[in-house]
Design a protein around this ligand. Structure first.
Ligand SMILES: [Zn+2]
Length: 359
């Protein structure tokens, strides 16, 4: 049977291939979009298409045709079908390239690729997401360090931006990629939701609109717990004296300046670093920044090797101090699943089919 869909049908400019032997149609609102592709390629990429195309009716006399080829009407959104066929026909998946927006760009593609079981696409998206959001302690710490190398206070001055965390959480949650959640929730918690709502939706605001109520709760609770960790991070300055380190500096070698009463050079240096860190910089905006954008991992990195590092310490004290900083950072990473209640996370809920309106 010949179908006349020519009235309101749009042939895709690049995916209506002259050599194709199968026409695929999908609607987008009232418009019908037509694609002409190769049945063999579709069947090879997707067991679901393979099954559909091998049905006896496909080759039967009542098979619908269009422009001389069998036509299959898909119930999916034309935009998602376009993304799927583009991904199948374009080597290298260009849709994965935009680092900042990748997770929201691919949501529709991930939905339809999951539905039609195009594993190669699902695997590529999952791998890209994992590449962006470190799943190990070492990678996470390296990534935080890298991010802050380009940051001055709350402002970026060039360099790589973190990928957008809310769309990463959406993608990871709906398509069961739990490895990335700790790092993505951590990044989300360093943003302030009020800021995102009030100061327009600039490109650095997370996509709060993508999150569900239980995820926003996880964000608020995690942010609160991180702020506590932030204020406790300063304890590393005292850590040297809680350990059994044999300080090599001479006691009572310094005049008492009225501010510090500690008697060894190392103890003085640590007390001074802590004092300066506690006080500086004493502006209201920074206090607000500390409270709302608490990033204890960054704080620890600053104390460990950045501008808040204590002055010269003897070798045993420096060693004890550094190892305590590293242990504190490691403990913080290990605590992230608890901080963000990820153990209650419904990791293993069934993957939804072609969810709509989420992005
Ligand atoms: Zn010492």
């Amino acid at each position: 049977m010949q179908v006349d869909t020519t009235n309101d049908a749009v042939r895709h400019p690049t995916l209506y291939k002259a050599s194709g032997d199968l026409v695929v149609s999908a609607a987008d609102g009232s418009a019908t979009h037509l694609f002409r592709v190769h049945a063999l390629i579709l069947a090879e990429q997707s067991p679901v298409f393979a099954g559909m195309l091998s049905l006896p009716t496909t080759g039967g006399a009542d098979m619908q045709t269009y422009d001389g080829a069998p036509i299959v009407h898909l119930p999916d959104n034309a935009k998602d079908v376009t993304a799927l066929l583009e991904a199948i026909y374009t080597p290298g998946y260009p849709i994965l390239k935009n680092a900042r927006t990748f997770a929201s760009d691919v949501y529709g593609l991930m939905s339809i690729a999951t539905k039609y079981e195009v594993d190669s696409i699902c695997v590529a998206i999952s791998a890209r997401l994992k590449e962006q959001w470190p799943a190990t302690r070492t990678d996470f710490m390296l990534a935080r360090e890298d991010r802050h190398r380009y940051a001055v206070g709350p402002f970026f001055c060039g360099g790589p931006r973190s990928p957008e965390p809310a769309s990463a959480i959406r993608l990871a949650t709906d398509f069961n990629i739990p490895e990335v959640l700790a790092a993505a929730y951590y990044e989300l918690a360093t943003h302030d939701i009020i800021e995102g709502d009030l100061w327009a939706r600039d490109s650095s605001s997370p996509r709060w609109d993508l999150l569900r109520p239980e995820e926003l709760l996880r964000y608020y609770q995690g942010k609160h717990r991180l702020a506590k960790e932030f204020f406790e991070a300063v304890d590393v300055f005292d850590s040297v004296y809680d350990s059994d380190v044999e300080c090599e500096t001479v006691f009572d070698d310094f005049e008492d300046d009225g501010e510090f009463t500690d008697s060894s050079a190392c103890r003085k240096a640590l007390a001074k670093a802590r004092y300066e860190w506690d006080r500086a910089p004493p502006s209201l905006s920074v206090v607000r920044f500390r409270l709302t954008d608490a990033d204890p991992m960054h704080t620890l990195l600053k104390i460990y090797e950045g501008e808040s590092k204590p002055g010269k310490l003897c070798t045993p004290c420096a060693g004890a101090f550094q190892s305590h900083c590293v242990k504190t950072m490691e403990a913080l990473w290990d605590a992230l699943p608890a901080i963000f209640s990820l153990k209650d996370h419904p990791f293993y809920t069934p993957v939804p089919r072609a969810r709509r309106g989420q992005h």
